[in-house]
Design a protein around this ligand. Structure first.
Ligand SMILES: O=P(O)(O)OC[C@H]1O[C@H](O[C@H]2O[C@H](CO)[C@@H](O)[C@H](O)[C@H]2O)[C@H](O)[C@@H](O)[C@@H]1O
Length: 224
């Protein structure tokens, strides 16, 4: 989920973030050994407890990311041949997830007689990767290409960013937008409709988890 430049989770919700929620988080989410280190009560946790929590969070997240990500190669996005020194894990991954550009003819052949929907990523796909996330602008040429695609196929952008932020970059009302890694979805007709209509076309499959997400957000802010 995009915690973005703001301080709260991107799915807006009237639930406020307040210290009393902290108790719920520590009892439900933290491993016992961490809790017993002094995180159970309040923002005034000891420095060592804070360090321990940071360690658990950072190490756990890094390990999870490493184990689920193949090593990136420069040619991945461009469909070029792999160099002979590819490692086996990367080669195996590539055989399951070939470049769409390299397989375009096959995609067209497989699409015959089927209904097609197009799902696009934003960062690094429709926009270049840049140092400042607020400056990952989409080029007019790319916008025109996406607009053209959307004339023929239902087209969605799925992003880790907030839905609002992606729409600010893309500005195409005919698309579907799935922000916060799919936790906040709006259908194309709703993107520029009235507030009432917007609500009817919103799909927020994770909204029941908002209280917990708010608690996690609160804890992370304390750790900063
Ligand atoms: O799901 P995506 O649309 O691919 O979004 C993933 C993340 O994109 C953004 O970060 C990435 O792009 C930035 C701008 O080019 C770059 O500075 C950063 O290093 C990249 O990780 C965005 O800021 C994140 O919130 C998204 O989760």
């Amino acid at each position: 989920m995009d915690m973005g430049s703001g301080s709260s989770p991107v799915i807006t919700d009237p639930i406020s973030i307040s210290p009393p929620l902290l108790g719920g988080l520590t009892s439900n989410l933290m491993p016992f050994s961490v809790m017993s280190g002094g995180c159970s009560s309040s923002p005034s946790m000891s420095a060592s407890s804070r360090r321990k929590i940071e360690e658990v969070l950072v190490n756990g997240l890094l390990d999870a990311m490493k184990s689920s990500s193949p090593r990136k190669k420069h040619n991945l996005a461009f469909g070029q041949d792999n160099s002979p020194d590819e490692d086996p894990a990367y080669t195996a991954w590539l055989s399951k997830c070939p470049s769409a550009l390299a397989s375009f003819k096959q995609i067209v052949a497989n699409a015959q007689g089927r209904r097609i929907a197009v799902f696009l990523d934003y960062d690094g796909t429709l926009s270049p990767i840049v140092d400042d996330p607020d400056k990952a602008f989409m080029s007019p040429v790319m916008r025109a290409a996406v607009r053209n695609v959307a004339k023929y196929f239902p087209t969605a952008i799925v992003s880790g960013r907030s839905r609002k932020k992606v729409f600010e970059f893309v500005k195409l009302t005919e698309l579907y937008y799935a922000g916060s890694h799919g936790m906040d979805i709006v259908t194309s007709a709703a993107a520029h409709a009235t507030e009432k209509c917007k609500e009817a076309n919103l799909f927020q499959p994770a909204c029941e988890f908002l209280p917990m997400i708010n608690e996690v957000c609160f804890i992370l802010q304390l750790l900063h």
